[in-house]
Design a protein around this ligand. Structure first.
Ligand code: FRU
Length: 464
């Protein structure tokens, strides 16, 4: 262990114990979402299940709630509801990752965790796009899932294909047909987003075997790619920076037809989420189903989160199960385990106000237009004639700078499900054909909920 790692290993718990009282006193602390003990969280990383235990890692900056040097935090769970904090597993403590142990993914094989991640280096000179930055492909192994045994740099920028900027990162790895593959997001030297596919027979030596992109540029950089087969259909997921959309950056998927190693075409790009706060998701299979966590945040957003003043910022979404719809689009639904949070169901008659929560679930089967008002300041409205949905903050204090998002549904809205935690809403329409996620900041205490246009069922949610 080098001195940098030794000192960071002492400083992180020290910072956590100093800041925890202030953070824990925040009424906007979430109840059932993964959130940082203190400081800043972004992308989910290294998702996997080993035996009965789910492992979630995430980008963590404990020293600054507005983001700072990134390391990998670690939480575990056997039920996807209670998350136990483990020690930070990856520190930025080597010459090849010392300005950030950036995003990546995990493979569990031969009794070891193989963590592939990006070692970020930002040099003093350069524009940090085409010069002055290194994005290294790194590997860390761990036998106990708690401490790292080995750390190596597998590829440097000079090993990547020609024609790229310095931005090449976020390896997502998997095993298939007796070989290993990984995808990394990239920005070309002339500013086009793409995904590089690498192949290996031993997890240590990787060679570039294909590049996936759209004929016309979709943004200038594709972050956090994920590539998987679901029910016979391949999907390429990524978070493109620089594409036209309502949020600062996009986040979605293309159905991929053909062979990701050879001839392929990408279908239409679908946004994964139409709310304010959703980025950099990662998926994994737990042996039975494909689950996905996203970061319930947005880089470089104009709006803010008041929790930063309390010493912490951001959380992940709930785990969502992905399934393939008949038209090859993806459906996202909260993992079934979350139903265990429900208390006794209460009927919510149309146009009546019920006070509940602050954590609650709402389900309705609308037959026409409806309007849901939460905390007298956040309004979800659906217009049957145009099939348009809008999510709008009518009380600016609740949105902390967020204003309005809208979308048009493919089909009339016949199912509404809302999961509310202390400072977030995740809204699933038509069985997860469209999703809207947002952070919000209601006054402390129970929350008034009103649904015009249809009856609904409400459940208080709590960890027992
Ligand atoms: C996406 C991202 C990744 C990077 C990580 C750094 O939010 O920018 O591309 O690896 O965050 O924290």
């Amino acid at each position: 262990m080098n001195a940098l790692q030794r000192d960071l290993k002492r400083l992180v718990p020290l910072m956590e114990s100093l800041e925890t009282p202030r953070v824990a006193a925040d009424p906007h602390r979430q109840q059932f979402h993964i959130q940082p003990p203190v400081g800043w969280l972004n992308d989910p990383n290294g998702l996997c299940k080993i035996g009965d235990t789910y492992h979630v890692f995430y980008q963590y900056s404990p020293f600054n709630p507005d983001g700072g040097v990134k390391m990998w935090a670690h939480v575990t769970s056997t039920d996807l509801l209670y998350w136990e904090q483990q020690p930070v597993i990856l520190y930025p403590d080597e010459p090849f990752d010392c300005h950030g142990a950036y995003s990546g993914s995990a493979l569990y094989e031969d009794g070891q965790l193989w963590l592939f991640y990006t070692g970020n280096i930002k040099l003093p000179e350069g524009d940090h796009i085409n010069t002055g930055r290194e994005n290294n492909l790194c590997l860390a192994t761990s036998r106990d899932g708690i401490t790292i045994d080995t750390k190596t740099c597998l590829l440097h920028n000079r090993d990547y294909p020609d024609g790229l900027s310095c931005h090449v990162r976020d390896p997502k790895v998997w095993a298939q047909d007796g070989r290993y593959y990984l995808v990394m997001g990239a920005r070309t030297a002339d500013g086009q987003g793409e995904v590089l596919v690498f192949e290996s027979s031993d997890k240590l030596h990787w060679h570039h075997c294909n590049t996936l992109t759209t004929p016309q540029p979709t943004g200038y950089m594709w972050e956090c790619p994920d590539l998987f087969e679901l029910d016979g259909q391949w999907y390429l997921m990524t978070s493109p920076q620089g594409m036209e959309c309502q949020n600062q950056y996009g986040c979605g998927y293309f159905p991929l037809y053909g062979d990701f190693r050879g001839e392929y075409t990408l279908g239409e790009f679908h946004l994964l989420d139409h709310g304010f706060d959703y980025y950099a998701p990662q998926s994994f299979t737990d042996g039975v189903r494909r689950l996905q966590f996203g970061w319930m945040g947005m880089p470089d957003a104009s709006y803010t989160n008041p929790t930063a003043r309390q010493g912490w910022q951001h959380c992940l979404t709930v785990p969502r199960e992905l399934t393939r719809a008949a038209d090859d689009s993806l459906l996202q639904t909260p993992a079934a385990e979350l139903k265990a949070l429900r208390g006794e169901a209460v009927s919510l008659a149309a146009n009546q106000t019920q006070t509940v929560g602050p954590c609650f679930e709402l389900a309705a089967v609308p037959l026409g237009s409806f309007c849901l008002t939460v905390a007298e300041g956040l309004v979800l409205s659906y217009d049957e004639a145009s099939r348009t949905v809008s999510l709008r903050f009518t009380d600016a204090a609740l949105g902390s700078g967020r204003e309005e998002r809208h979308l048009t549904l493919e089909e009339p809205c016949r199912a509404l499900q809302v999961l509310a935690d202390a400072s977030s809403l995740e809204i699933f329409l038509n069985g997860g054909a469209a999703v809207l996620s947002t952070r919000y900041y209601p006054a402390p205490g129970p929350v008034p909920v009103r649904l015009n246009g249809t009856d609904a069922t409400l459940w208080p949610l709590a960890l027992s």
